[in-house]
Design a protein around this ligand. Sequence first.
Ligand code: FAD
Ligand code: NDP
Ligand code: 3IO
Length: 411
Amino acid sequence: MSSCLEAEHSPIFVNGPIIVGAGPSGLSVAACLSNRGVPSVILERTDCLASLWQKRTYDRLKLHLPKHFCELPLMKFPKNFPRYPSKQQFISYIESYAARFNIKPVFNQPVEKAEFDVVSCLWKVKTQDAVYTSKWLVVATGENAEPVVPDIPGLKNFTGPVVHTSAYKSGSEFANRKVLVVGCGNSGMEVCLDLCRYNALPHMVVRNPLHVLPRDFFGLSSFGIAMTLLKWFPLKLVDNFLLLLANSYLGNTDRLGLRRPKTGPIELKNATGKTPVLDVGAISLIQSGQIRVRHAVKELTKKGAKFVDGQEMEFESIILATGYKSNVPDWLKENSFFTKEGMPKTPFPNGWKGENGLYTVGFTKRGLLGTAFDAVKIAEDITDQWMKSNGPLSASNICSSCIIHFHFNKS
Ligand SMILES: Cc1cc2nc3c(=O)[nH]c(=O)nc-3n(C[C@H](O)[C@H](O)[C@H](O)COP(=O)(O)OP(=O)(O)OC[C@H]3O[C@@H](n4cnc5c(N)ncnc54)[C@H](O)[C@@H]3O)c2cc1C
Ligand SMILES: NC(=O)C1=CN([C@@H]2O[C@H](COP(=O)(O)OP(=O)(O)OC[C@H]3O[C@@H](n4cnc5c(N)ncnc54)[C@H](OP(=O)(O)O)[C@@H]3O)[C@@H](O)[C@H]2O)C=CC1
Ligand SMILES: O=C(O)C(=O)Cc1c[nH]c2ccccc12
């Protein structure tokens, strides 16, 4: 048999779906399929599972939602994990999850191109090493695949270090430094908090209204409270209740320069995907003046920034907490299912299935809860089709995907 490298020009047929991305979403689909006896192949661009968590997040990160809202299908978090597992605990859960379902992604395989071949009715998926073909393609590359680096006037002129939050690990290198943090989502807030703990002096840019809710309220998570109330009460009422809680707990955040949007936090999340900040301590540091709130940046200069309110300040470093974007348009040659931003056009809960065996998992703007929902649906749908052509539990077929794993993971 020829090796996969020799087979560069002859496509490798995968008797099950090709899944692009070995994050929580790709692994969830593979696990649900494996549980039903259906093989799959995961192609992952990096050399590890859940690369967002392992390589592109800061040390102090913890899950934001209580653990039972972040579980992947078919496996609970260990009982001894705290309510908000740390990044290391989440990674160890992911590793156990892959081991439990015997998932072995093909690593170091950035997918460069994927397209549906109308002649063979198969998806052709190209990496630097091979072309894979299958009836099914599952897009699991995530909403956070690439950092957003905005085109701020003068950014190139700034002489100090400029780091995106995806490359920020801790504030240890920033002690006693004046740092401009651009962006005030969950990343911006938590990076400011971390910087303060390392005695840095963060100034955070807030250019638009935003919702901040306490992560917990008298021992209960705000998110859990919202989910429970939504079972019985209309959305607007739940939002008003959350705002009442937030105001009584955090005070009037408008006075800190954090104006609230007119639309409530959960309604806004559902309509636009904009996540409310779940506060774990940044607000009290804004109140005490350790984190300074700044207006939008007009332009960056050699040594600092000019703001739209006319102020000008010097900074030693800039941290871009400006969010993330999908990379689907860079590699998927398809233009009916995804928007040009690389998000499914069909809103949740129906965005998981496209035409011709195309699926997407984890593009719901609903975090890991959305991932679990999509993965179960996709596995059911593909299993039904797979069983028709293969019959139940065909051991030889499962082996065919193992052969590919063996070739690519031989290091
Ligand atoms: C800092 C941070 C904290 C978060 N905390 C929470 C939380 O507490 N709770 C929650 O529910 N959600 C949270 N999220 C949301 C996050 O989206 C999910 O936790 C989760 O990581 C999504 O999993 P995913 O598999 O869809 O995407 P990812 O985790 O991004 O995985 C996608 C995988 O695809 C790979 N990939 C990308 N492009 C290619 C390509 N072309 N070819 C091959 N492989 C490719 C990537 O390397 C990556 O391994 C957080 C996000 C961030 C940024
Ligand atoms: N512990 C946890 O669980 C954490 C979870 N997360 C999650 O990760 C995801 C990504 O979060 P995050 O990285 O904060 O990204 P977000 O997209 O949520 O926030 C981006 C921020 O950058 C601002 N911004 C973007 N461009 C500019 C610009 N040109 N000038 C000024 N400001 C700009 C946005 O402001 P504007 O609104 O004005 O556009 C916004 O405040 C979210 O789902 C979040 O909840 C993140 C960190 C921790
Ligand atoms: O995806 C995120 O940003 C999360 O951290 C999880 C999340 C999903 N839905 C939400 C609603 C309110 C706050 C956080 C989330």
